[in-house]
Write a new protein. Structure first.
Length: 585
RNA sequence: GCGAAUGUAGCACAAUGGAUAGUGUGAUGGCCUCCGAAGCCAUUGAUCCGGGUUCGACUCCCGGCAUUCGCACCA
């Protein structure tokens, strides 16, 4: 029996065929196939309701018609019934469940099943993208974690992905650092910890600029000199960037993120002239108060609120470089889609960027890519305000991750004191970093969320420790049974699921395909998290109800198959989210 | 002032316009001679307010309210 990875897609196509055969008006019927409440089925088609309503028909009668013309293959694979006002419910038969479980038996096979979703599509994902001359703090973590998960998900679903770190390495902060370097430099401090000193210089200069217009003016001029290529300024700028990336890279390594490129704003410094020229020539940009700006008359707000493309002192800003970046990504990387992962505070900027890009590309005959601004909210402390240290400074990312590992180590030591310390350290790394990561991904990214160590490291609820624990329990079963989880001998001759626990678990496993389509379509990793949490829950229920290691070889193979596939889907899913899984903890 | 995001049990979070709004925590009561109880089962409790669209609204539209954020040379 052949069974597709994404069963829903086949079913949807079959429904269209049935509609045609049944003589429903062509083009007017949409199956509206959705995952169903498990009490009703695995999928439900709601299309009969809308179709019937618009044509003054009885929706149940339309559903009956569709049901009568369903292809034979659908009836073989599903139990089908009509319920309520005209919902058509499809429930996977045990034989179909078994066929799917047999077909998708490895990460490679799951991936090749999913690869049709985005096959041949090229995406550039811009995430992380910190400013240089600063330490990374908690504020940077969401972009890194969400961005990386999106990259992995798209790749798994067949896309080719370019990971681009669009460093903020060319902005106004350099004018201030140049100013600070000239007036406040502490050479010993620079020697000891250069990044620390550059950050201090920036802050000192920033304060000076707020207090003294002369300082502000000097900083601006310093930036212009840098952007004009003055050697002293350029040398200092290079030093700052070198020091910064030296500090950034180990953090990315710790987080398992490997960028293909670090094309920061400065990379585009020789490409902004073309932007000014084309926008002016096309009549999209205009001079206003000495600056080059774009207004969008058709827009209620951006008709008045300018998109400043070149500052009045001639310097570029992030609008200039972002526009140049858009062209580079389409022309150099042949991007079909551009995804930028930043917090919601940049909504206006990115909306203006996109409005401008559309007009500009139309005027110059360029191909317009898909554009997704993947936004996210702020991480809050337990007081409901933006998270900070007690002294009011931002929490450094490095310190946060170290604390996560430390707290996880204490927990593991408490729960499993018998394990050797090196293993407990390793577990603490996976659990601690996984907990931070999962906390960020498991909630809808558009909301702010409250960060609590107690909550994210809890073994109860939708957390990394709970999911990692489910993985280790399954591993433990295989250890006890004397098989490697990937060993086909363990599950040879397995028949379809029979008990309530087995069937529920198997149905959930098949749902992996649906959740991948939903997660990538909306670029919201929390859909996958919710799914994995539910899967782990179904496994726990099954685990209590149905003993796996039993004498009857048929029952044992059948249940080991479910264990093996649950392990596979949990590990695959968690890896897509960037979590490392464990054999024991 | 204009705009955006958010508003769901005491608390923290789910719900691509579908059927009885799910889960964790908390509280209460059960389940280990049995594969890891870091677990499982059960009870308890909620859609900010007012209109509208729809066969059907937490979801879409309009008007309020609340919180957070953004709005001419930071990114």
């Amino acid at each position: 029996m052949h069974v597709s990875f994404n069963i829903a897609a086949d079913l949807e196509a079959a429904m269209q065929t049935a509609a045609f055969t049944a003589g429903l008006e062509p083009g007017a019927f949409s199956p509206e196939l959705r995952p169903a409440d498990p009490r009703h089925g695995d999928f439900q088609a709601n299309g009969a309701l809308g179709y019937a309503k618009s044509r003054q028909l009885n929706p149940r009668a339309v559903a009956e018609q569709l049901l009568a013309t369903l292809p034979r293959a659908v009836r073989d694979a599903f139990d089908v019934n009509i319920a309520g006002p005209g919902f058509i419910n499809f429930r996977l038969k045990p034989a179909t469940l078994l066929a799917w479980l047999n077909a998708y038996d490895s990460a490679e096979h799951l991936k090749s099943g999913a690869a049709t979703f985005y096959s041949g599509r090229h995406y550039v994902v811009d995430y992380g993208s910190p400013n240089t001359a600063k330490q990374m703090h908690v504020g940077h973590i969401r972009s890194i974690i969400i961005g990386e998960a999106i990259c992995r998900l798209l790749e798994f679903c067949g896309a080719s992905v370019v990971r681009d770190n669009h460093l903020g390495d060319w902005g106004t902060q350099f004018g201030k650092i140049l100013y600070g370097y000239r007036h406040f430099l502490d050479r010993d401090a620079l020697e000891r910890d250069p990044l620390e000193e550059f950050e201090r210089l920036y802050k000192a200069a920033d304060l000076a600029c707020k207090a003294d217009p002369g300082a502000l003016e000097e900083s601006r001029l310093a930036l212009v000199r840098l952007q004009q290529g003055e050697p002293d300024a350029v040398a200092l700028w290079q030093q700052v960037n070198q020091v910064s990336t030296d500090v950034l890279k180990p953090l990315y390594t710790l987080l398992g993120v490997h960028y293909d490129h670090f094309l920061g704003e400065s990379f585009y410094r020789d490409k902004v002239g073309q932007v000014y020229h084309e926008l002016t020539t096309a009549g999209i940009a205009e001079e206003s108060q000495g600056a080059l700006v774009v207004f969008h008359p058709e827009h209620p707000r951006f008709a008045q609120q300018p998109f400043i493309v070149r500052k009045s002192d001639g310097a570029s800003n992030y609008a200039s470089t972002d526009l140049a970046t858009m062209v580079y990504r389409v022309e150099h990387f042949a991007a079909d889609g551009v995804i930028i992962v930043t917090d919601t505070r940049q909504n206006d900027h990115l909306e203006q960027l996109w409005l401008t890009t559309r007009k500009w590309f139309a005027a110059t005959g360029r191909r317009l890519p898909e554009f997704h601004h993947v936004t996210f909210g702020t991480i809050l402390g337990e007081d409901g305000k933006a998270i900070k240290t007690r002294s009011g400074d931002p929490i450094r990312l490095k310190a946060l991750l170290a604390e996560a590992e430390e707290r996880a180590f204490a927990l593991v030591t408490e729960k499993s004191p018998e394990l050797p310390e090196t293993e407990r350290r390793d577990i603490a790394n996976a659990v601690g970093l996984g907990a931070v990561r999962y906390a960020d991904l498991s909630q809808n990214r558009s909301s702010d969320y409250i960060f609590s160590w107690e909550k994210i490291l809890s073994f109860e609820g939708n957390t990394a420790p709970y999911l990692l624990y489910a993985v280790t329990r399954i591993q433990s079963i295989f250890r006890k049974a004397g098989f490697d989880p990937a060993d086909a001998a363990a599950t040879a001759g397995a028949t379809g699921p029979e008990t309530a626990g087995e069937i529920t678990l198997a149905r959930k496993l098949v749902g992996f395909a649906t959740v991948l389509t939903l997660t990538t379509a909306q670029l919201r990793p929390h859909f996958l998290c919710t799914y994995l949490y539910e899967l782990a829950g179904e496994f726990s229920t099954f685990y209590v109800a149905d003993k796996v290691i039993v004498d009857d070889p048929a029952v044992r193979a059948r249940r080991l198959l479910l264990c093996a596939r649950t392990l596979l889907v949990l590990e695959t899913g968690l890896n897509l989210l960037g979590l490392r899984t464990l054999a024991r903890m």
